[in-house]
Design a binder for this molecule. Structure first.
Ligand SMILES: *[C@@H]1O[C@H](CO)[C@@H](O)[C@H](O)[C@H]1NC(C)=O
Ligand SMILES: *[C@@H]1O[C@H](CO)[C@@H](O)[C@H](O)[C@H]1NC(C)=O
Ligand SMILES: *[C@@H]1O[C@H](CO)[C@@H](O)[C@H](O)[C@H]1NC(C)=O
Ligand SMILES: *[C@@H]1O[C@H](CO)[C@@H](O)[C@H](O)[C@H]1NC(C)=O
Ligand SMILES: *[C@@H]1O[C@H](CO)[C@@H](O)[C@H](O)[C@H]1NC(C)=O
Ligand SMILES: *[C@@H]1O[C@H](CO)[C@@H](O)[C@H](O)[C@H]1NC(C)=O
Ligand SMILES: *[C@@H]1O[C@H](CO)[C@@H](O)[C@H](O)[C@H]1NC(C)=O
Ligand SMILES: *[C@@H]1O[C@H](CO)[C@@H](O)[C@H](O)[C@H]1NC(C)=O
Ligand SMILES: *[C@@H]1O[C@H](CO)[C@@H](O)[C@H](O)[C@H]1NC(C)=O
Ligand SMILES: *[C@@H]1O[C@H](CO)[C@@H](O)[C@H](O)[C@H]1NC(C)=O
Length: 588
């Protein structure tokens, strides 16, 4: 018996495995979708509730004294790096190279601490500064494929071929003869839940001391999709603890659906995020796939015989994606070591191309999508309500207009969002260092490219704005006259959480807010693109200068035209700022 047939015998199936002289045909179920349901149908926790009183009913907790808050970001000698991928098994490459396959998956890689050039600095609070406030924007954790993605199409085509009885896969592909598609869609995987729990734990250990500055419960935001709710709750459970989190904060859930305003899902209020403009990367990714997967096709296609299906670049790309998804969903994937180190580098670059032209600096509707969150950021930093009549964008007037749903006086802000939203917001904020090596070619991987999606929008990606008091540092703000914009109404947050809040509840003297900086996946972002922010080894920018820069961005980014304008993507596409080039906008 072949190993495949033996396995089928073990699991009690009798598929159409008819062995010709040397050919093993696939089972007829190859590529079919298998799912499992838990808990078993018809049972529930409530049915036996009286036999299982909960902890408060038992009420024998033992001693429960609480301790002081941690503040590792200020007190530890270094900022802790995050590298954990447990329980995922690091795949091998087909050419047996010592290569980090798991972090070559772009937006499908798990977050790890990265470096964006300011390698002498870290997220640790600079010695001359005290931390006053943080703004966390994070992505959800690892999920199943989104609906209609490449792995599902691959499985469907494979299954159609298997059903004819004439599919045969051999050599390295023999596993396909009995492979089934085990994904759901959209929702978090167990590993994805762990990522957000750990992000919450990490945030409490690093920034917990800021909780002392709250006078009301925190209001943290996410959107209504299942994985977004789940991510926010796991973050909160990690941050506050599972027995506490439901009493420790308010979770604001913004509706994520077409036509609804939410800066955390801005594509739902942006037609050009949902038409051909949003697919501007297709030419580039197709061209690149035909190049970087050519060898893989030569190597693997001969092992795959199926009526109407050849292992071309489309299917090989889908198989690489399936490797990534299976690993983060199931812990391991047989697809991964079909590919060489070069092919994994090629895959990563194809994700970079896709984001650059669809969701990043090279797409003319992207700055418009990110600018709503920037308006909210400025609103929070200046404690000034957004005038929604004036500032058209994806902001939701009823949410940002209320001090209940959009409070200002928070030492810790937490917003949950998506990969393509983080990639839009960094464009809207003019983080130009990410785009500094320019438009990406579809023909080859440029040396030293600055745009790497694995650093921007991996699963559980997180970006932290640190508002600081660094009285010893010169702020050298530019005058509002020379910046060419109306005088900024920026004032420091007035509540000013402090690590030295007295235990008697009296208000400590407020240190002045002087600087801000941004930490993307633990790497300090060089604020190269923001008018007036001068080069600084710790990525610091004077607070008022930064706020004026963001206000200037809000002026510069044409939300209405970017999202609603009738234009085509220029060819060649040399856009690097996520906006329709000025010349093409003028006619509107
Ligand atoms: C499958 O193979 C058999 C035997 O060679 C052939 O008769 C049949 O037409 C094939 N079916 C398809 C869909 O290719
Ligand atoms: C704003 O958000 C609220 C709360 O989610 C929602 O009910 C309302 O429909 C939203 N408004 C718009 C215009 O999307
Ligand atoms: C994409 O490729 C098609 C076909 O080659 C071409 O007609 C089109 O202009 C290209 N579009 C862009 C934006 O490069
Ligand atoms: C690969 O084959 C499928 C049909 O099986 C086809 O839809 C797809 O366009 C092909 N891809 C390429 C790059 O030729
Ligand atoms: C909001 O902007 C509009 C249009 O510029 C203006 O008429 C209105 O007075 C502003 N509202 C507030 C509260 O500032
Ligand atoms: C929703 O967004 C649109 C812009 O797309 C804006 O015109 C409208 O005022 C917003 N509505 C609310 C209630 O926020
Ligand atoms: C919130 O707004 C209401 C109504 O404008 C006001 O009465 C209340 O004092 C505000 N609360 C805070 C905490 O600012
Ligand atoms: C790439 O970066 C390395 C190290 O910073 C540098 O030595 C090299 O010249 C760079 N290459 C290109 C093509 O920019
Ligand atoms: C944003 O960057 C562009 C260059 O891409 C620059 O022209 C513009 O002035 C910058 N905006 C701000 C507010 O610094
Ligand atoms: C967009 O512009 C093109 C060319 O000017 C025109 O044919 C098309 O009808 C316009 N579409 C919309 C939705 O206005």
């Amino acid at each position: 018996m072949t190993p495949a047939a033996a396995l089928l015998a073990v699991i009690g199936l009798c598929p159409a495995v008819h062995a010709a002289a040397t050919t093993v045909f696939a089972s007829s179920f190859a590529g079919s979708t298998s799912t499992a349901v838990f808990p078993p149908p018809g049972v529930s926790v409530t049915s036996a509730a009286s036999d299982f009183p909960d902890a408060t009913q038992i009420n024998v907790f033992g001693p429960t004294p609480t301790g002081d808050e941690a503040f590792a970001i200020a007190t530890a000698p270094v900022s802790p790096d995050y590298t954990n991928i447990f329980p995922l098994v690091e795949p091998a490459t087909s050419d047996k190279k010592n290569f980090d396959v798991i972090h070559s998956w772009g937006n499908l890689s798990p977050f790890q601490s990265t470096n964006l050039g300011l390698s002498k600095s870290s997220a640790k609070i600079p010695a001359d500064c005290t931390l006053q406030q943080v703004h966390l924007l994070h992505r959800h954790g690892a999920r199943y494929p989104t609906s209609g993605s490449a792995p599902a199409s691959f499985a469907a085509a494979l299954h159609a071929a298997a059903e004819t009885g004439n599919l045969t896969a051999s050599g390295p592909l023999a596993f396909l003869n009995t492979w089934t598609y085990k994904f759901g869609a959209e929702i978090l995987t167990p590993f994805g839940r762990a990522q957000l729990f750990e992000l919450g734990v990490g945030f409490r250990v690093k920034y917990g001391d800021l909780l002392k500055g709250f006078t009301d419960l925190p209001v943290w935001r996410t959107t209504s999709e299942e994985r977004m709710v789940d991510s926010a709750l796991h973050f909160a459970a990690g941050f506050f603890g599972v027995q506490e989190y439901q009493n420790d904060y308010h979770q604001l859930i913004e509706i994520e659906a077409q036509g609804f305003n939410s800066t955390l899902a801005p594509y739902d209020q942006c037609p050009n995020a949902n038409n051909a403009i949003a697919a501007a990367a297709t030419n580039f990714t197709n061209q690149w796939a035909s190049i970087y997967l050519a060898d893989a096709q030569k190597r693997l296609a001969p092992h795959f015989k199926a009526p109407g299906m050849t292992l071309n670049a489309t299917w090989l790309f889908a198989m690489q994606q399936t490797c990534a998804y299976e690993t983060v969903a199931l812990g391991y994937s047989a697809f991964c070591d079909l590919f060489t180190e070069e092919e994994w580098k090629g895959y990563e670059y194809s994700v970079d191309l896709s984001f650059w032209y669809n969701n990043g600096p090279g797409n003319p509707a992207v700055a418009a999508q990110g600018i709503g969150w920037v308006q909210e950021l400025v609103s929070r930093l200046t404690q000034t309500r957004i005038n929604v009549t004036e500032s058209a964008s994806s902001v939701n007037a009823s949410i940002v207009g209320s001090n209940v749903t959009f409070p200002f006086e928070q030492p810790i802000f937490v917003d949950a969002t998506h990969d393509t939203v983080i990639s839009a917001i960094v464009v809207a904020m003019n983080f130009t260092s990410l785009a500094k090596t320019g438009p990406l070619p579809g023909t080859h991987i440029p040396k030293n490219r600055s745009y790497i999606v694995n650093q921007i929008s991996p699963f559980a990606s997180n970006m932290v704005g640190q508002v600081l008091s660094c009285p010893g540092l010169s702020t050298s703000p530019i005058s509002s006259e020379s910046s060419g914009i109306a005088s900024a109404s920026s004032t420091a947050p007035s509540f000013l959480p402090s690590i030295s809040i007295p235990g008697d509840g009296s208000t400590p003297a407020s240190p002045p807010t002087t600087h801000i900086r941004w930490i993307l996946n633990d790497a300090v972002v060089p604020l190269t693109g923001i008018t007036g922010c001068t080069p600084n080894p710790d990525g610091l920018c004077a607070f008022d200068t930064f706020v004026r820069g963001m206000q200037q961005r809000i002026e510069e980014v044409d939300f209405k035209f970017g999202c609603f304008g009738n234009y085509t993507v220029p060819n060649p596409n040399l856009i690097v700022d996520g906006q329709v080039p000025g010349g093409l906008r003028a006619g509107m």
